[in-house]
Design a protein around this ligand. Structure first.
Ligand SMILES: Nc1ncnc2c1ncn2[C@@H]1O[C@H](COP(=O)(O)OP(=O)(O)OP(=O)(O)O)[C@@H](O)[C@H]1O
Ligand SMILES: [Mg+2]
Length: 447
């Protein structure tokens, strides 16, 4: 049922979604822009949006389950402080947003993008938060466009135009690749989409030395005009110090307080968010069969190595200690797939004078998340491996029926997450990184 709220200047309203809002009269300030009569916006589940009236205003608000409306105390809110700092900035060029979990990074991303678009700029938005990505699926970084004059309350309302697959949601394992991925998306947005502004949201990993090294490397690589640091208590202090020390003369560094009333998402909220993410991009499912000789797994190129002569197979069986269904030499490593299903993880052994032996258990590939990429290493679609047929050199991958561009697939990239039949994450398959680095050493021919 819809309720009518009358707001006077000086009062703030905090709306927790799901909610649909219509401005009946007056003018309110929401997510960086002014909304006049007849404007509408939605607030998604588990999200809060602050509404500040500029004149006496009447709002019609329809709440969904768990939705809520409350009057916010001005001391609980940072909206005026943020507005004061943001209004002085030049939003052209690249802006990067840093901060811990649940401090309002995604909210600030939307506010900056809305503001820039309201000034007539074409805006590129990049969500580089692998775990809580609001633009595209988990384990990816994605780019979307906000057209001049367009505004949104949530990133999820935008369709990504380009994506990079990063294999996992554990940023600490792939942060160097994240930096490269984000850089490629920034270049794409500026060169191909002709945007004047790029706003980049990041993950909340900021507390360790490695995390700080990652964020500093990101700034070094992107050379942004503005760096926003959202500060809650002393959590971000080391990061702020590192950024100020290194970039004070190269970028505008803007430190903003976190909203004290921000909704803290539970681990459960975060897991649901991720799982909804995989399902959304794999449902309704269909199977796709690819020839691994023509469409290789770029980071573990099975069927692209050297064949092992038949007469050597007996020797390898002895070496492995059980029957093998496939073997070849990839990047100087002898890779053998064994029938021994007791093996839980791949076994990696030194063969004196001959490189490594990698023994994979039969079925190792089942459920692994993959990226199907074009020739420029951009993601076309996510997939989940069903099975590799070693006799035929083929792989069967579950993809969404909505994915119709299979002719564009140039290669497959193996991810580091295993999904079950419901596309829920069941395991992090971190050994993939090890396999990848072992075979990459000498795999000159692999793309
Ligand atoms: N000014 C505010 N007042 C109250 N709640 C807010 C405010 N700004 C954002 N929120 C809510 O706080 C929560 C966290 O904000 P947001 O998602 O923007 O943070 P984040 O840093 O991106 O978090 P994550 O680490 O989960 O990506 C969200 O539910 C958001 O709607
Ligand atoms: Mg976020």
């Amino acid at each position: 049922m819809a309720n009518i709220y009358t707001l006077e200047p000086g009062k703030l309203l905090r709306i927790e979604g799901p909610a649909a809002v219509r401005v009946l009269n007056g003018e309110v300030y929401v997510m960086g822009i002014v909304c006049g009569p007849e404007s509408k916006f939605t607030v998604l589940r588990a999200r809060k949006v602050i509404v500040k009236p500029r004149t006496v205003s009447r709002l019609e608000i329809t709440l969904g389950p768990d939705g809520n409306v409350e009057v916010a105390k001005p001391e609980e809110e940072v909206i005026d402080l943020w507005e004061e700092k943001l209004s002085k900035l030049d939003l052209r060029g690249v802006s990067v947003i840093l901060g811990a979990m649940d401090v309002g990074k995604t909210t600030l991303t939307v506010i900056l993008a809305n503001k820039a678009a309201s000034m007539g700029l074409r805006v590129g938005i990049i969500d580089a938060d692998l775990g809580q990505n609001d633009l595209g699926p988990p384990a990816t970084v994605d780019a979307a466009i906000l057209e001049p004059g367009q505004a949104v309350t949530h990133l999820r309302m935008l369709q990504p135009v380009k994506a990079v697959f990063l294999k996992t949601t554990s940023v600490e394992r792939v942060w160097k690749e994240v930096v490269q991925g984000v850089k490629r998306l920034v270049d794409y947005l500026i060169e191909n989409e002709k945007v004047s502004t790029v706003v980049i949201n990041t993950d909340g990993w900021i507390s360790t030395d490695k995390a700080i090294e990652y964020k500093v490397h990101l700034i070094e690589t992107l050379q942004p005009r503005n760096v926003f640091l959202i500060k809650r208590a002393d959590e971000a202090d080391k990061l702020i110090e590192a950024v100020q020390n290194k970039f004070a003369d190269k970028a505008n560094i803007v430190v903003l307080p976190a909203p004290p009333a921000a909704r803290i998402r539970s681990r459960e909220d975060r897991r649901i968010h991720r799982e909804m993410g995989y399902g959304k991009y794999l449902n309704p499912p269909r199977d796709l069969t690819l020839d691994l000789r023509k469409t290789p797994i770029v980071n573990f190129p099975l069927f692209c190595g050297f064949n092992i002569p038949r007469e050597l197979r007996g020797y390898i069986r002895k070496l492995v200690g059980s029957n093998i269904i496939h073997c070849e030499i990839i990047g100087g490593c002898l890779v053998a797939v064994t029938l021994n299903s007791a093996l839980r993880e791949p076994e990696i052994r030194d063969m004196p004078g001959r490189g490594k032996l990698i023994v994979l258990p039969n079925g190792w590939e089942r459920g692994i998340l993959v990226g199907l990429e074009n020739e420029n290493n951009f993601l076309l679609a996510l997939g989940k491996i069903r099975k590799i047929y070693y006799n035929a050199g083929k792989i069967v991958v579950t993809v969404s029926k909505q994915f119709v561009d299979s002719a564009k697939i140039h290669h497959i990239r193996l991810g580091m997450i295993r999904l079950n039949e419901q596309f829920e994450e069941v395991e992090k398959v971190n050994y993939i990184a090890k396999l990848e680095s072992l075979v990459a050493r000498k795999a000159g021919s692999a793309r």
